[in-house]
Design a protein. Structure first.
Length: 85
C-alpha cells in the first residue's frame, strides 16, 4: 500500500508530464512558426504552418516517449526482486 507521500510524488510526476505534454507542442508550434519559419526564413503562411505542425508532432512524440519510458521503469522499481531457489 502506498503512503500519502508516495501518492503525492506520483501525482506531482503525472501532473508535470501532463503539463509538459500539453504545453510543449503548442509552444514549439508557435515559436517555430513565428520566430523561425516566418521570421528568419521568411516563409509564407501555409508552408510555415505545415512545418511548424511537423515540429510540434515530433515534440509531442518525444514528450509521450519520455512519459512512457518513465512510467515503465518506475513500475519496475516498485516490484521486489524474485528469489530463485
Amino acid at each position: 500500500m502506498e503512503t500519502n507521500a508516495q501518492q503525492f510524488t506520483t501525482f506531482k510526476t503525472i501532473l508535470a508530464y501532463s503539463v509538459f505534454i500539453l504545453l510543449a507542442p503548442i509552444t514549439s508550434f508557435f515559436v517555430s512558426k513565428y520566430l523561425f519559419f516566418e521570421g528568419i526564413l521568411g516563409l509564407n503562411n501555409l508552408p510555415s504552418n505545415v512545418w511548424s505542425a511537423v515540429i510540434s508532432i515530433v515534440v509531442l512524440h518525444i514528450a509521450l516517449g519520455m512519459y512512457i519510458y518513465r512510467a515503465y521503469f518506475e513500475a519496475d522499481k516498485g516490484k521486489p526482486d524474485e528469489k530463485i531457489d
